[in-house]
Design a binder for this molecule. Structure first.
Ligand code: URP
Ligand code: ZN
Ligand code: ZN
Ligand code: ZN
Length: 486
């Protein structure tokens, strides 16, 4: 039977290979890869283009109440539309519990929002701000079974953070249910203490946000987090690594064979702390946590990626609407502590990273695919349905024009933040046609999908989330003194 669609004459790139080939699609999946495939009912001419798996963005906040109590600027529709235009076809966003809430109710609410608006496929990490026993014992097990196989906790932010005991409770619950644990790891005391000290003396401009998150926040929290994870033998994912010292800690523990995964984000690869130092409220556009650091950290992060210590590049999309008066981000007079943290990231992630990795020749296109699509799909167990171009995989494909130059402007922004953090930067390489499960999602900068056409992706924990089998003797007292603690 004929193909529904053939992408003809392009260079197909996966995490391992790059080859001239046609891609034949039947229904929602890839049916054939080869030269000279039979004619399809429809054809896309991909000569001179790269045919890449759609991006998988494993860290983004959509329609979420932030730590500061402010709502993200986006809806599922605007956020996933922005992602689609940037070549991303799958996101894992958050279902965020706040203190006192039922996790089950929270997850149901996010399902509803996503069902209504998403134009690309999605899954959820469940944020636990209140891991009380009834949540961990009664709510988590059925929710993980229903396909939400990753939990997220914060070690900082007043309203969201867990202490070390709560962290251990979550790690053990994840182990019992075979789920991954993702962590925002910064030393809370340092951030809080520095913030109070600066504000007290009148240092309230955006640039002091950078100073209020000392670099030492990261290695301290990473050591403590990995120690807790090692105690119970539970794999973890360290979110948004920003410093060379943080990457060094991860290298150390991975070298000891611990199951520590880690991501970084474009803002840590392409921005420095100087970006916050702008007149008036302008610097608020780049007020995310942890903050951008130094040029030397950027190099250290690229190196950590190439060594495999960091495995993926996510956006940490978390937009808040910006205006010149500052009114939309906490008011004109707000101190840096009162401005919500986060910036838009879905749309720019792949073009910014492609430009540096491929167009500027830092790495090849296969590495780009590996870090932005394949590895996130593997670690969060969406592979090989997502994250590659292979027979049987979903036909989620981004056809890239490696020669197309685009300069970022605020006008082109598809999310609801009203600005792009990459304004004025010109990148070479842009996705010209994006397919989701065989259907045209974006072509020539136009969205073709209807709100709600994105599908929920239930997923089991998978290989990455499996304990290594190296629990400490203290945690596994049977080996010690025959006790039964669980
Ligand atoms: O500043 C950021 N990254 N805001 C989003 C929430 C988080 O910390 O991940
Ligand atoms: Zn569900
Ligand atoms: Zn975070
Ligand atoms: Zn985040």
């Amino acid at each position: 039977q004929p193909f529904d669609l053939v992408i003809r004459g392009g260079t197909v790139v996966t995490a391992t290979d790059s080859m001239k080939a046609d891609v034949g699609i039947r229904g929602e999946t890839i049916a054939a890869i080869g030269l000279g495939l039979d004619k399809g009912k429809k054809e896309i001419d991909a000569r001179g283009k790269l045919v890449l798996p759609g991006g998988v963005d494993a860290h983004g906040h959509i329609e979420q109440l932030s730590a500061s109590g402010k709502m993200n600027a986006d809806t599922f529709q605007s956020a996933t539309t922005a992602a689609a235009h940037g070549g991303t076809t799958t996101v894992i966003s958050f279902a965020a519990q706040h203190v006192g809430m039922s996790l089950k109710t929270v997850v149901e609410e996010y399902h509803e929002l996503a069902e209504r608006g998403a134009v690309i496929d999605y899954a959820f990490h469940m944020i636990l701000a209140d891991p009380r026993p009834e949540v961990l014992e009664k709510e988590v097990p059925p929710l993980v079974k229903a396909g939400h196989s990753s939990l997220k906790v914060f070690m900082t932010y007043d309203r969201l953070r867990v202490d070390d005991e709560q962290l251990l409770d979550v790690l053990q619950a994840a182990r019992d249910n075979k789920a991954m644990v993702c962590v925002h790891a910064e030393n809370h005391g340092m951030v809080s203490w520095m913030g109070k000290r600066l504000v007290k003396h009148g240092y309230v401009a955006p640039k002091f946000h950078g100073i209020s998150h000392p670099r030492l926040c990261e290695p301290e929290a990473f050591h403590r987090l990995v120690a807790c994870a090692a105690l119970v033998d539970q794999p973890i994912m360290i979110f948004h690594v920003s410093t060379a010292e943080g990457a060094q800690v991860i290298r150390h523990y991975r070298g000891e064979g611990l199951k520590v995964f880690a991501e970084t984000c474009p803002q840590y690869l392409f921005l420095t702390k100087e970006q916050l130092d702008k007149p008036g409220v302008e610097g608020r556009k780049w007020m995310f946590s942890p903050p951008a650091r130094n040029a030397s950290d950027q190099e250290a992060l690229w190196q950590a990626l190439s060594l495999g210590d960091l495995q993926l590049i996510s956006s940490d999309h978390a937009p808040y609407a910006f205006n010149e008066t500052g009114k939309l981000m906490g008011g004109t007079k707000a101190t840096f502590k009162q401005v919500p943290n986060g910036m838009p990231g879905y749309e720019g992630r792949l073009p910014m990273v492609f430009n540096e990795m491929v167009s500027n020749g830092r790495f090849d296109a296969s590495k780009f695919v590996e870090w932005t699509s394949t590895n996130p799909a593997k670690i969060y167990n969406l592979y090989p349905k997502k994250g590659t171009i292979a027979i049987g995989s979903d036909a989620d494909i981004a056809i890239w024009d490696p020669k197309k130059s685009v300069t970022f402007t605020d006008k082109m922004v598809k999310d609801k933040s009203g600005y792009t953090p990459w304004k004025g930067r010109t990148v070479k390489g842009w996705p010209t046609t994006v397919l989701l499960r065989g259907e045209v999602l974006v072509a020539d900068e136009k969205l073709h999908a209807k709100p709600g056409s994105g599908q929920f992706l239930p997923r089991k924990g998978g290989k990455a989330a499996e304990p290594f089998g190296r629990a400490t003797q203290e945690f596994d007292p049977k080996r010690n003194f025959g006790a039964k603690l669980r």
